[in-house]
Design a protein around this ligand. Structure first.
Ligand SMILES: *Cc1c(COP(=O)(O)O)cnc(C)c1O
Length: 397
């Protein structure tokens, strides 16, 4: 593989070498089943406990409140489906936002088919949840509010404390999909009054295929996967010991380096945003300028197709995304960008760049130069741009 400039860290991350190293003994040396009595099994059990402690501490929770899952998507499905089932006798109304990840949105569609009613609260132009609309959506039969901590496409950080307070005042459970936020910005369940929280290892330099659901003590949601007694009878399935070990190492490193890493990455982000805005006409920064993830950049460029831009960037060794990895390939424009009020035409011409601490300013200079050249070339081929240059039509952004 030629050297690439990797700017798609919201899709997944390169694993931390220490996490890879730390996992290796748990494949061939300490391969015991964590449920077994003999010492070989206990080595696995101890490793899982250690990772659980590290992760619990990182969100100010108790280890007994952390349940390992097979992914962030599984954690979201579990939280929503089982909260709905377990609290259905109290009511069948759930509130979420219009810009959730599909792991939440498609689960909500599923719940609608099961007879639950969902309200999708709107966001403003910068992608921030409208708190007044949330307050108005609350009903006596509302059993759950689920709003993501940070958006995966435009990086917007939601007012989680305020949202959780509204849930608490009304005696409603509050779940947050913190998959993009966890390991990148502080996420503390007690300070923020979060009842349930989903996270995923591969978004913070850990291995793929492991996540967790935090369930506050006293929140009585049932098991989602049935079988053996693993995870205190709440999530069956032989533990993914190497995965959990790698997750623990990545989480510990992320917590230790968070301030420094976020500061560096945010400075790269702001540099890139400044250069694009200065040098490329008819573009729009999507999301909130400051209340956003340190590594997230999302731009719309008028008169171009995001897919063409991505393919041409790939030819230059640059990995980027036009929205979320799950929507690219589909022709529908991003539901997140549409929710912020972008017209279809502009939503189609969007580019998401998500940075990590491994990126450098030199790389970004090459990236901006490449985007500039490609956007220019694509516009030269666009009939809409030709009309616009002649004074007909408008630039949308
Ligand atoms: C990636 C992502 C998920 C899904 O996590 P997986 O571990 O890949 O299943 C859920 N929500 C958000 C916001 C994400 O970015």
């Amino acid at each position: 593989m030629d050297k690439v400039i990797y700017l798609d860290n919201a899709a997944t991350t390169r694993m931390l070498p220490e996490a890879v190293e730390g996992m290796i003994p748990y494949f061939a040396e300490y391969y015991g089943n964590a449920s077994s009595i003999y010492r070989l099994g206990q080595e696995s059990r101890k490793a899982v406990s250690r990772a659980r402690e590290i992760i619990a501490e990182s969100i100010h929770a108790d280890a007994s409140e952390i349940y390992f899952t097979g992914s962030g998507s599984e954690a979201d499905n579990w939280a929503l489906i089982e909260a709905a089932r377990s609290y259905a006798s109290k009511g069948k109304h759930i509130i979420t936002s219009a810009i959730e990840h599909h792991a939440v949105l498609h689960t909500c569609r599923h719940l609608e088919k099961m007879g639950f009613e969902i309200t999708y609260v709107d966001v403003d132009e910068e992608g921030i949840l409208k708190l007044e609309d949330l307050r108005k959506a609350v009903r006596p039969d509302t059993i759950l509010i689920s709003v993501m901590f940070a958006n995966n496409e435009i990086g917007t950080l939601q007012p989680i404390k305020e949202i959780a307070a509204i849930a608490k005042e009304n005696d409603i459970l509050f779940h947050t999909d913190a998959v993009q936020a966890y390991g990148h910005v502080p996420v503390y369940v007690d300070e923020l009054s979060i009842d349930m929280l989903s996270a995923s290892s591969h978004k913070l330099k850990g291995p793929k295929g492991v996540g967790f659901l935090y369930i506050r003590k006293g929140v009585n949601i049932r098991a989602f996967i049935h079988g053996g007694g693993q995870e205190r009878n709440r999530r069956a399935g032989t533990e993914n010991v190497p995965g959990i070990v790698g997750f623990g190492i990545a989480a510990s490193q992320a917590a230790a380096c968070m301030d420094q890493e976020a500061g560096y990455v945010a400075s790269l982000r702001d540099y890139l945003i400044e250069r694009i805005e200065k040098e490329i006409p008819y573009c729009r920064l999507n999301g909130h300028r400051t209340r956003r993830l340190p590594g997230n950049i999302n731009f719309s460029f008028s008169f171009i197709e995001g897919e063409s831009l991505l393919i041409m960037l790939d030819q230059k060794g640059i990995c980027a995304s036009s929205g979320s990895a799950c929507t690219s390939g589909a022709l529908d424009p991003s539901h997140v960008l549409l929710a912020t009020g972008l017209p279809h035409e502009t939503a189609h011409g969007s580019l998401r760049l998500t940075l990590s601490g491994e990126n450098t300013r030199e790389e970004l200079d090459y990236v901006v130069d490449s985007i500039k050249e490609i956007v220019g070339r694509l516009r030269q081929m666009s009939p809409l741009y030709e009309d616009f240059a002649k004074g007909k039509g408008k630039a949308y952004v």
